[in-house]
Write a protein that binds this ligand. Structure first.
Ligand SMILES: Nc1nc2c(c(=O)[nH]1)N[C@H]1C(S)=C(S)[C@@H](COP(=O)(O)OP(=O)(O)OC[C@H]3O[C@@H](n4cnc5c(=O)[nH]c(N)nc54)[C@H](O)[C@@H]3O)O[C@H]1N2
Ligand SMILES: Nc1nc2c(c(=O)[nH]1)N[C@H]1C(S)=C(S)[C@@H](COP(=O)(O)OP(=O)(O)OC[C@H]3O[C@@H](n4cnc5c(=O)[nH]c(N)nc54)[C@H](O)[C@@H]3O)O[C@H]1N2
Ligand code: SF4
Ligand SMILES: [Mo]
Length: 702
């Protein structure tokens, strides 16, 4: 097996950002230690615009901050020390094999990431099922958009985050943006909201904080965290009461209205006001705006989704769209703003516990048959569904004894992170493939240094469902290998010489076949096509010689359910897993800031970003600050039943007085996930990152 040594390509290579799901186009020029970002105005989604993270991404290619040799923990010193690839891969293969021999295949776990390309996600899922024979695989996307994905499946029979391209947003009449701080999380996409308003459309933002995004809105609703379900039901109640339903649409395109209607009618506006803290006049104003326009969209992000009732909450927003005929029609619909670079593709090709490539279900006999044939194995040998991400992390050291982790940093990003860290430490064997020594990699027995976005080619599927080619633009430093090479090398050592090629295009060709006929059908997409076009929207089946054009807009004729009708789901409001009480009287919610990405493993290593966002903070209302006697900048401790996190006070009148906010990008004392609640949604298994009960204390000298 060879190191990745491909030479740098021509003067400026068009490619895409390593970070979020917007997958902004950019071009790169120059050599490995001095890569320059060049604007790429021809790519329609961002038209050349980049946020600070995208603009500074090449800083991480420098050998000063990244890993360039494998590390193995030496028994003599207990420390991670440099090793050859042969020794490192041999140690991983031996560690995984030992666990399997002693405890059986399901004692070996695999954890992936929504930042991995389609090829890597596919190879990782295949590696788990075919080489390790384990059912115990899941990934960080479970923490991201899984509630919206589950609600999409229930209502429409298919989960593609946005059923329409972003370019449709400025032409709709009204957008309700629920729990998305897009101005900080996808800055170049702000243009779509600005154009919407320039065209006479209206914007409603639902967020407990007056964020920079909420400042753009015509109407800002600020519900108590964890009450979006009641809010959406209250709006639907008013829609019915005011006679604003679209009866023709309901009759011709949907099922289940009478039950959903009855459930909504139990949520009186006055009751909803009491639960959410949003006044009845504001609820009425929102209904007037949404129903007064000819068309409308509801877009959700993590705010309403990361809850133990995230799936039902999204269902309630979808019900609102269906009842008003704002779905399955041009310029109308419900969409979820997916988060990670390959958050969409990463959930389609088999790194999810219950899934096979092409968004197939692992317990569907026909799906098993099809994929087993592509993989050249007996369908009987494929394991069944495994555990969800938090449940898997919680089982480490219990019946899961060894873990291979690729593309996530759960020590910082998992809920109840203190417990998760302890579980990781209790493993017999941990192997981590990463580009930097993340907080999780630092706990590993073996760390495998891998190539990065600009050093390798692969495909990602953006939040629009657009499959893109992210091209290699520079040579990788000697000493690192790609994730595909790592999986191929391990497979060979574990007795599978074939089936795990290092060439991404070869993997994609197999993925095409594995996805053919599935819900996320990529069989009509080739590297050649997406190199020439601005990406292709799935589903794109292979149709002989006349290429299928791809599907930018879904559901215009019918939904993807067996009878073609969308399904209402009758849902009722319920409380958060943990409500404020005397001992923990304040609600904590969490999220992001513009200059840091996720666990911060990458962006905390970029000087410019660190200068802009050096550490966490506790955002709180002046009234709460006054009650605590706290002043701007003084350290505050946020304490829950699970742990505590400290950060300087940031006093703002834009947040609800009953709520504090902390971003989650930092480890150590400022790690807010020490505090968060791992209560899971029963359907999506999403943890409750966005609400738990805390007390806030002044932390002098802490
Ligand atoms: N700068 C930056 N950009 C990113 C990322 C990053 O880490 N940093 N990560 C990417 C990824 S993976 C993702 S998933 C996306 C996430 O993108 P967003 O969902 O926009 O990000 P968050 O900040 O997690 O949450 C959005 C908003 O939800 C609000 N919120 C909190 N609780 C509630 C609630 O109960 N109800 C409602 N309605 N709102 C609530 C918060 O106040 C916050 O403003 O961003 C992507 N882009
Ligand atoms: N409190 C709170 N916690 C949250 C959230 C929240 O809103 N609040 N949001 C949740 C959400 S939406 C998400 S998506 C998760 C994300 O949280 P994480 O899963 O921790 O995401 P990242 O920090 O992006 O971790 C990716 C890791 O993989 C490495 N990496 C990057 N590219 C590659 C690659 O190609 N190959 C390999 N092998 N490694 C690579 C990076 O260096 C980094 O160490 O956090 C969740 N946690
Ligand atoms: S918005 Fe997202 S994709 Fe675009 S440059 Fe920023 S991080 Fe990269
Ligand atoms: Mo995410």
């Amino acid at each position: 097996m060879s190191e990745t040594t491909t030479q740098a390509a021509g003067p400026a290579t068009p490619t895409h950002c390593p970070y979020c799901a917007l997958q902004c186009g950019m071009s790169l020029r120059g050599g490995p230690e001095a890569v320059e970002v060049v604007e790429r105005p021809d790519f329609p989604v961002n038209q050349g615009a980049l946020c600070g993270k995208g603009r500074t991404a090449p800083a991480l290619l420098s050998s000063r901050v990244r890993l360039t040799e494998p590390l193995v923990r030496r028994p003599a010193t207990g420390r991670l020390e440099p090793a050859t690839w042969e020794e490192a891969l041999g140690t991983v293969a031996a560690g995984l094999r030992r666990t399997r021999t002693e405890y059986g295949p399901d004692a070996v776990g695999v954890f992936g990431g929504g930042g991995l390309t389609n090829e890597k996600a596919y190879a990782l899922g295949k590696f788990a099922r075919v080489v390790l024979g384990t059912s115990q695989i899941d990934y960080n996307g479970r923490f991201c958009m899984s509630s919206a994905a589950a609600a999409h499946q229930r209502a429409f029979g298919l989960d593609r985050g946005l059923p329409f391209p972003l370019e449709d947003i400025p032409r709709t009449g009204c957008v309700i943006l629920v729990g998305s701080n897009l101005v900080e999380t996808m800055p170049p996409a702000l243009r779509y909201l600005t154009e919407l308003r320039d065209n006479g459309g209206t914007l409603i933002v639902v967020d407990p904080r007056r964020t920079r995004t909420a400042e753009q809105a015509d109407l800002h609703l600020a519900p108590r965290p964890g009450t979006d379900l009641a809010l959406a039901l209250g709006l639907l109640h008013l829609v019915v009461a005011e006679g604003r339903t679209d009866e023709d649409f309901i009759a011709s395109r949907t099922n289940g209205w009478s039950e959903a209607r009855a459930a909504a009618m139990a949520h009186w506006p006055e009751l909803v006001e009491r639960i959410t803290g949003v006044g009845v006049p504001q609820l009425r104003e929102a209904v007037g705006m949404f129903c007064g326009a000819e068309s409308g969209m509801v877009l959700t992000a993590r705010g309403p989704e990361q809850h133990s009732k995230g799936t039902d909450t999204v269902s309630a927003w979808i019900n609102l769209c269906l009842a008003t005929g704002r779905a399955g029609r041009p310029l109308s619909g419900y969409g979820c703003l997916t988060g990670q670079g390959n958050g969409q593709g990463g959930r389609e090709h088999g790194q999810k516990a219950d899934q096979l490539p092409g968004y197939r279900k692992i317990d569907d006999p026909a799906a098993r048959e099809h994929v087993a044939r592509v993989w050249g194995v007996d369908p009987q040998t494929l394991p069944g569904p495994g555990r969800s991400a938090y449940e898997l992390l919680d089982a480490l050291g219990g019946d899961v004894k060894s873990l291979l982790l690729m593309g996530s940093n759960p020590v910082v990003s998992a809920p109840r992170a203190g417990h998760v860290e302890e579980r990781l430490r209790s493993l017999d064997f941990l192997a981590v493939a990463d580009v930097v020594l993340s907080e999780t990699a630092a706990l590993a027995d073996v760390v495998l240094p891998v190539t990065q976005w600009a050093e390798e080619t692969g495909t990602t599927t953006s939040l629009e469902g657009r499959v893109l080619l992210r091209r290699q633009a520079v040579a990788a430093p000697p000493g690192v290998r790609s994730d595909l090479e790592v999986l191929g090398g391990l497979a060979a050592l574990l007795g599978h010489e074939k089936g795990f090629p290092a060439d991404p295009e070869e993997v994609f060709e197999e993925l095409r076949r594995a996805s053919a006929g599935g819900p996320a059908d990529y069989s009509g997409i080739t590297y050649r096509r997406i190199a020439q076009e601005d990406g292709v929207f799935w589903p794109c089946p292979e149709e002989g010689i006349g290429d299928h054009p791809g599907t930018p807009r879904l559901f215009l004729e019918q939904f993807a359910t067996p009878d073609g009708r969308a399904r209402f789901v009758a849902v009722a409001h319920r409380a958060a897993a943990e409500e404020a009480d005397e001992a923990y009287p304040v609600l904590l919610t969490t999220g992001r800031v513009v200059s840091q990405y996720q666990s911060g493993a990458q962006t905390r290593r970029v000087d410019e970003l660190n200068a802009a966002a050096p550490g966490p903070f506790v955002e709180l209302h002046p009234l709460l600050a006054e009650r605590l006697g706290a002043v701007e900048g003084e350290p505050l401790a946020v304490v829950s039943r699970r742990g505590r996190a400290v950060g300087p006070a940031r006093i703002s009148a834009g947040i609800r007085p009953d709520t504090v906010f902390m971003p989650f990008h930092w480890p150590g004392e400022g790690r807010v996930n020490s505090v968060t609640n791992p209560a899971l949604d029963p359907t999506s298994r999403m943890p409750e990152f966005k609400v738990c009960a805390v007390r806030v204390e002044r932390a002098h000298g802490a």
